[in-house]
Design a protein around this ligand. Sequence first.
Ligand SMILES: [Ca+2]
Ligand SMILES: [Ca+2]
Ligand SMILES: [Ca+2]
Ligand SMILES: [Ca+2]
Length: 543
Amino acid sequence: MKTKFKLIFAIAVLVAVVVLSCEDKVVNLNGIELDHVTATVMVGSTLNLTVLFDPVNATNQNVDWESDNTGVATVADGVVTGVDLGTANIKVVSQEDPMIEAVCEVTVLPSNGQQITVSGDITTDTRWYANARYFISGFVFVKSNATLTIEPGTIIKGISGTKAALIIERGSKIMAQGTSTNPIVFTSDKEKGLRGYGDWGGVVLCGKATTNKHDDGTGVGVAEGGIGSEYGGTDDADNSGIMEYVRIEFPGIPLTSTANSEINGLTLYSVGSGTTLDHIQVSYSGDDSYEWFGGTVNCKYLVALRGWDDDYDTDNGFRGKIQFALGMRDPVSADQSGSNGFESDNDADGSTLTPTTAPVFSNITLYGPYAVITDNINSLFKRAMHIRRSSQLSVYNSVFVGWPKGLILDGTVGNTPTMATNNTLQIEKCILAGMGANFEQVPDASNPVTPFTVAQIQDYFEAVSRGNLDNKTVADIIGANPLSLTAPTLLPVAGNILLTTTPTFTGNADVTFFDKTVSYIGAFGSTDWTTGWCNFDPQNTDY
Ligand SMILES: [Ca+2]
Ligand SMILES: [Ca+2]
Ligand SMILES: [Ca+2]
Ligand SMILES: [Ca+2]
């Protein structure tokens, strides 16, 4: 051969050898992984999953993709698209060896601003996301031991006209932990300026702690207002979850024409002491702002703004401890049942069934209508404290400002006056300021089982050992300016009697739950704990 052809032949041989040797070196696939084992994607958004081959130079890198729940997420060539809320397993399978596969669990989250309507029962663990808007329609029950977790900053609206309410049943939990700058807000679905009392129902927790209610004869009650969930049991340490930095606005709907058949802003049925409740504001409730029926849950940092009926209502054997609570009333809005700061019954019959209603309050400030204006007060406003029907409510280190009446120890039915006389019911280091009258006799003095006259109540309240005061004015407590309901000044000024009176934590207040290091009377010393998370003008807020 000529030299030129020898060269071409040699190159051809070399190429053939190289090709053959490459074909000999097929690299088998040992396994695959995905770059995520779990991932999230929003509805309508996509997520790219990357396959990691072992070895990286495996010859056959062809794969197939599949989703086990295409209603939640679809996948094509590693691109996952969120379809609806839920989870889907996205699987990638080797075409070389179908036994080689990898899976990513994809959780599909709401898109930003997505409107989600919730109705009926929640029976599995569920999360509500802050970037969505939730709408509650009708009674929504969390049941079957499910936990509802709500992210900080989540806004939930009750759909007006549907009797919307969120009910956490026995054994289930709510985990609603907002923050001081990013609270969770339950509110009306109406536009600002159009919201009102009772636009929706409210939040209801049912627990397994003891109550003297016995609808079934064994210490179990049935929640009122048409809810029908059972409450009560034998576990006073029961845990219904956590609510912190939560606002509940425009709730409290009177559901039927029957008395005592309403939903309050926050209703706590036999909620146990394992539950954490602090930094909660109920505003514009169409019934009581807070009502407890039995149970042992302790609470701190509560606000009742412009409630329709009572600020803090206790019944049926409730005996938790409450420290740092505020109430502010709209002088024009009050309830036919008589709007009180505290209203407390052992039960509706004034029976002596146990456990006895015996909550202990400390560091409470309850502003009545006269703290705001001095005339044209709704005549249905009654007392700062109406303790009746065998209740043994105790209150320490608290101030009550500007109510028509200060205190009534009502013996019309039951033995509440006896409980005061024997000092089971304790009121100490409290101030009544600017009352129309400090004390009130039972309505029908000729009829009460255990009469307790104004003079008797006064003797009880003014006993030197109790350290109470009842000769202060509204101005003594808040200064010359009336209380602003939309931008209240809550801290006492230097030298105010609230700051110069030493609190006491003895008797029924000698319990570990209370912060006994406080040096003041009422809900506030030098720190305004409403800052950042409370809203005193929810009527004019865009949600
Ligand atoms: Ca009520
Ligand atoms: Ca009430
Ligand atoms: Ca009540
Ligand atoms: Ca009432």
